[in-house]
Design a protein around this ligand. Structure first.
Ligand SMILES: Nc1ncnc2c1ncn2[C@@H]1O[C@H](COP(=O)(O)OP(=O)(O)O)[C@@H](O)[C@H]1O
Ligand SMILES: [Mg+2]
Length: 593
């Protein structure tokens, strides 16, 4: 067959290893070969997870392409996500083999290239774009990702960049502006991006990587798995889940994402978190009237549950879960069986993820259901994440689950706190950084809220790309105990409150479900902050509402498809056809292996 060549918009990623030659000279050749082959495997896996194709390896360099053979609108974004992940993975690999100097550097460029449609892999894409991409890569520093302007424009809704100057590139008449990709700040296409200042994610790379790896392993083995993240309020449990969401949302493959919160108060909250997940799956809004909610639920059950008898079993019990139908004296086991059946059917199409927030407030019945699910559905790709404070009943969940991973979040080390602060407000004078860090004692919430308070009160002002303290008659880094222009002003009172130290976030303290303390809110009163969440901080969401949930948050586009996960499985999902649609076994109520 003759090769068809077409002009297509593609994104090309080049990456190579830095410090590898030196490493290979000092190590046993066998070891070097092994390391290199692990690197190749990692590259290939990673590129494929993000929907790209490895075109070739050249020595220790890799070239990968997005947009060919199949183009998608977020190709550029996924290429950059993959590049960021790649440099991180290589640095982890280096640490693992005790070669901390090992790093990767990467370049991504988006533009038109000639694509040979007949070719697969090698020789698929050619042209000036490819050469320029490889030159961009050589301009980047070890451990970093540089991109061209077109890539930046196509992906900046989800990726944060900083200018990296103009560069003379061989073959280009004019110097070319390049940008350094800093981090992923949102779901795909900018989904759920925070409208507030968000600190860069620091100090938890290992934890995040562990969550990702366990997730991929559980889907590959088709096994249910529980990840339990424990830590005191404000330590970063929700943030870890948000980072994981951003990662998942950038991947190519389909999955069903769910998130639900446990509430500390209120009526009918026994299974609130689970109900929230089902409502999200069906695209039911919080204020939706009963008829339309029921219609949506029915459509959802029809979509995922093939067997009519199963549907008749599942529908009323899900309706009961989300409060659309009252069932008198519901038998727990009967309800559990139906909910579980629904989740299993979903997972036969694509892996199911369920993130339970604030599990310290989980009702014992919810814990019972999760235990039941993990036991009876253990041969299904169900990935449950439980975020919980230590010393609560839910923290014992992992002990009753076969496949469980425990992650305990400790306070962040000083270096990470410095990175958090200087990333949040660049230019912050060192003494102030030191003071906030000293008082925060490794609790990121405290550092973030102090900065927000200073900004909100105008005590810290933005100047160009940096921030400077603005309280005229006092040295912000001075010996005083609180920044504030006037020791007797009410302002000072608030500043002092915020500076009172992390004790108030200590374990066992009564703080808001979001992990925030109302007293930190500038101006006092009002809705408690919800700082772990994009768009958070009370505001239009109010307490207990979170932009993560799909029901009514400000940034969530209307209709199903936001954090609830429909989009992921439904539209880009391409769930594995062979894995379920044709073959849907009948409900089985006994445990299976
Ligand atoms: N590793 C981290 N790097 C940067 N900021 C973080 C990190 N962990 C938490 N934060 C920030 O600290 C605040 C509190 O974190 P959060 O995840 O809500 O705590 P938790 O859920 O444990 O109560 C949020 O603003 C969050 O973005
Ligand atoms: Mg939280």
């Amino acid at each position: 067959m003759e090769d068809l060549v077409e002009l297509r918009i593609v994104s090309v990623l080049f990456a190579d290893l830095v410090g590898f030659t030196a490493l290979s000279e000092s190590r046993d050749p066998e070891e070097v070969r092994e390391l290199l082959s692990r690197y190749f495997d990692v590259c290939r896996d990673l590129v494929e997870r993000y929907g790209g194709t490895v075109e070739k390896f050249i020595g220790d360099a890799v070239m990968a392409v997005w947009g060919a053979p199949v183009a998608q609108e977020d190709d550029a974004e996924r290429a950059v996500r993959a590049a960021l992940d790649l440099v991180q993975v290589v640095s982890d690999l280096g640490k693992e083999v005790r070669a901390p100097e090992l790093a990767a550097r990467a370049g991504v460029l988006t533009g038109t290239a000639a694509v040979s449609l007949g070719a697969k892999g090698q020789g698929m894409v050619a042209g000036d774009l490819v050469n320029t991409a490889s030159r961009i890569q050589t301009q980047s520093q070890p451990g970093t990702v540089l991109v061209g302007e077109s890539t930046k424009r196509a992906s900046e809704a989800a990726i944060a960049y900083e200018p990296a100057g103009t560069h003379e590139l061989k073959g280009k008449a004019e110097p070319v502006p390049l940008y350094r990709a800093l981090r992923v700040v949102a779901g795909r296409g900018g989904l759920l991006k925070s409208e507030r200042l968000e600190a860069p994610f620091v100090g938890r790379d290992r934890e995040l990587r562990l969550v990702k790896e366990v997730f991929h392993a559980s889907t590959e083995d088709r096994r249910a798995h529980l990840v339990q993240v424990t830590g005191i309020a404000g330590i970063g449990k929700s943030r870890l889940a948000w980072e994981f969401f951003k990662y998942m949302d950038g991947l190519r493959s389909g999955y069903f994402w769910h998130r639900g919160r446990c509430l500390a108060y209120g009526q009918g909250v026994t299974y609130f978190a689970l109900a929230e997940m089902v409502r999200g799956r069906a695209g039911i809004l919080e204020a939706e009237d009963r008829d339309s909610a029921l219609a949506k639920l029915q459509a959802t059950v029809d979509q995922y549950v093939a067997d009519p008898a199963d549907r008749r079993f599942v529908l009323p019990r899900l309706a009961h879960l989300i409060g659309l139908e009252e069932r008198t004296a519901p038998d727990k086991q009967d309800l559990f069986a139906a909910w579980r059946l629904f989740l299993e059917r979903l997972s036969e199409q694509s892996p199911v993820l369920m993130v339970f927030e604030d599990m310290q407030w989980a009702d014992p019945s919810l814990l019972e259901f999760i235990t039941y699910l993990m036991e009876w559905s253990r041969a299904f790709p169900l990935f449950v994440v439980s975020l919980v404070r230590p010393d609560s009943a839910a923290a014992g969940l992992a002990a009753t689950t076969r496949n469980a991973t425990l992650i305990h979040l400790e306070p962040l080390p000083p270096l990470a706190m410095d990175k958090l602060l200087t990333g949040l407000v660049p230019g912050l004078p060192a003494p102030l950084v030191e003071r906030i860090r000293g008082r925060a004692e490794g609790i990121p919430l405290y550092a973030v809220e102090t900065v927000r308070m200073l900004l909100d009160r105008g005590l810290l002002v933005e100047e160009g790309s940096a921030y400077r303290p603005d309280w005229a008659d006092r040295d912000p880094g001075g010996a005083g105990d609180a920044p504030g222009p006037d020791r007797s002003s009410p302002r000072r009172h608030v500043a002092r409150g915020a500076a009172a130290g992390p004790g108030r976030f200590g374990a066992g303290q009564d703080v808001h479900p979001s992990g925030a303390d109302c007293r930190l809110r500038p101006g006092g009163g009002g809705a408690p902050a919800d700082p772990g969440l994009p768009g958070g901080q009370g505001g239009p969401l109010g307490p207990g509402r979170s932009p993560f949930s799909r029901a009514g948050p400000v940034r969530v586009p209307p209709g199903p498809g936001a954090y609830g996960g429909l989009r992921n499985a439904g539209q880009t999902g391409a769930p594995d056809e062979a894995s379920g649609r044709g073959h849907v076994p009948r409900a089985r109520l006994e445990p299976r292996d």
